[in-house]
Structure formats: structure tokens, C-alpha cells
Design a protein around this ligand. Structure first.
Ligand SMILES: [Zn+2]
Length: 255
């Protein structure tokens, strides 16, 4: 097993490092691309609408990257404590024990568990919001810029052939790849949110959800508090909102 648990922020395994960089570089890149390429096609000058648009995008980005940063940081802190203060045999890919472990996230290169679940969930919610917002904003730009028609789909099946015979430019291909990426992110984040919300409202981890374990289902509001902290209704606003967890992550209230 490749060791990842020496408290490094960037994952060591190659495929996790690639996923991590895709996330932490891709999100800011999308914003810069929008500022330089997409938004100028909608507006001739900077109006309050443009400022509101950029502010909305920045708010979404801060919530995605800020919450993911906190999720990694909190798990790393626990790895350090586990590795240096106990003799517990390390488990899973992170080479550390995670309390109430939910799953291992390859994009963060760390486990999602009791202490960082809140940050993970909120970040995924904002990825979903960003994908919807991005699709609504990007689609008209894509259609206008690429002279979109039903043939565009055919060209995307074999883009190298279409480019070779001059039916498609490499710029159109690039714009098409971005559109497919937005759609893929939207579908993937919808799937993750479905898995997470159906588990949280029943007080389950992913393992318990798959095995239909209902031992820790203590009702909707208490389940939300157990997963997201006492201020579960405020954690959606910003990563720095304080929301104390209900217990130590070892003993949990049961049905
Ligand atoms: Zn892990």
C-alpha cells in the first residue's frame, strides 16, 4: 500500500494527485476563462450586472475550494494525532483511522469522515450549483460561437476526422470539451449528492446505507446535527461558520 499519511496536503498517489490538481486548478481556471472569453461576449462594458455575476461566481468558488481545504486540513490533523499519539493500526488508503468513516475521496486524497463530512457536503452542493449556473451561462455562448447544429453532435463522435476534413475547428472542439465537462460534473455531483443526502437524513454512513443499517437514525433534525453540527442550517453560507459537532466521534446516540 502506498503511504499517504504523513500529513501532506497534496495526495501522493498519481491518480489522486491528478484528480486533486484537476479540482484545485480547474475551478479557478473556469473563472478566468469566463472573465476573459465568455462574459465579454454578453456585455460590452462593466455594469452592475457583470459585477454581480463575477461576485456570484467568486462566492461559489470560495465555498467549493474553502470547504474542500477545510475537509483536507481537518483530516490531516487527525492523521497526525493518530499516527503519533496512538498505537492503532492504520486503516484504508490514508494510512490512518477515520472516525465514522464515510468514504475515501480521490479528489481530496483523503477520507471523508465524522469531522470533515460537513465541509465535503457543502463543497459538493456548491459544485452542483456552479455546474447548473455554468451550464445556463455557457450554453448560449457555445451555441452562438460554434454555429451549433445537429451536425455538431456527429462531429463530436469523431472530432479528429471532422477537424482533418475542415468540418470543425480545434477551437470548436475545445469549447465542446468544456461543455461535456460541465455536463459530466453536473451528473457526477447530482449522483454524489443523492448518495450523501439519502444517507445523512437517515443517520447513515455510505457503508450503512448500502447495508440498510438503521441503528443510528435518531430523526431528521438530530441526524442533520449529527452530520453537519449544531448550526447545520448555517454551514451552507461560508466555510468559516462555526458549527460544533454533537459528540467525540466514537460514541453515537442510537435509535
Ligand atoms: Zn482515505
Amino acid at each position: 500500500m502506498e503511504k499517504q499519511g504523513d500529513a501532506g496536503f497534496i495526495p501522493r498517489q498519481k491518480y489522486e494527485k491528478a484528480a486533486f490538481l484537476f479540482l484545485f486548478l480547474g475551478v479557478p481556471f473556469a473563472f478566468v476563462w469566463d472573465c476573459l472569453v465568455v462574459t465579454p461576449t454578453y456585455y460590452d462594458k462593466t455594469t452592475w450586472v457583470v459585477v454581480a455575476h463575477y461576485a456570484s461566481e467568486l462566492y461559489i468558488i470560495i465555498n467549493i475550494l474553502g470547504n474542500f481545504y477545510m475537509a483536507i486540513k481537518l483530516e490531516i490533523l487527525r492523521h497526525v494525532q493518530t499516527i503519533f499519539t496512538t498505537q492503532i493500526i492504520p486503516l484504508q488508503k490514508c494510512n490512518a483511522c477515520s472516525l465514522k468513516r464515510d468514504h475515501h475521496c480521490i479528489y481530496l486524497g483523503t477520507c471523508v469522515s465524522y469531522f470533515n463530512l460537513r465541509y465535503f457536503i457543502v463543497a459538493v452542493v456548491y459544485i452542483w450549483i456552479g455546474a447548473v449556473y455554468g451550464l445556463i451561462y455557457y450554453l448560449p455562448f457555445y451555441i452562438n460561437t460554434t454555429d451549433f447544429s445537429c451536425y455538431t453532435f456527429l462531429q463530436l463522435i469523431a472530432p479528429h476526422v471532422a477537424i482533418f476534413f475542415g468540418y470543425m475547428t480545434s477551437y470548436t472542439l475545445l469549447l465542446s470539451v468544456f461543455l461535456i465537462l460541465i455536463l459530466a460534473i453536473l451528473i457526477f455531483s447530482t449522483f454524489i449528492l443523492y448518495e450523501q443526502t439519502t444517507a445523512i437524513i437517515k443517520g447513515q454512513t455510505q457503508w450503512e446505507r448500502k447495508h440498510d443499517v438503521k441503528t443510528y437514525n435518531i430523526g431528521f433534525y438530530k441526524n442533520m446535527k449529527q452530520a453537519l453540527g449544531e448550526k447545520w442550517y448555517l454551514v451552507w453560507l461560508f466555510p468559516t461558520v462555526v458549527s460544533p459537532l454533537l459528540c467525540d466521534g466514537i460514541s453515537f446516540a442510537q435509535t
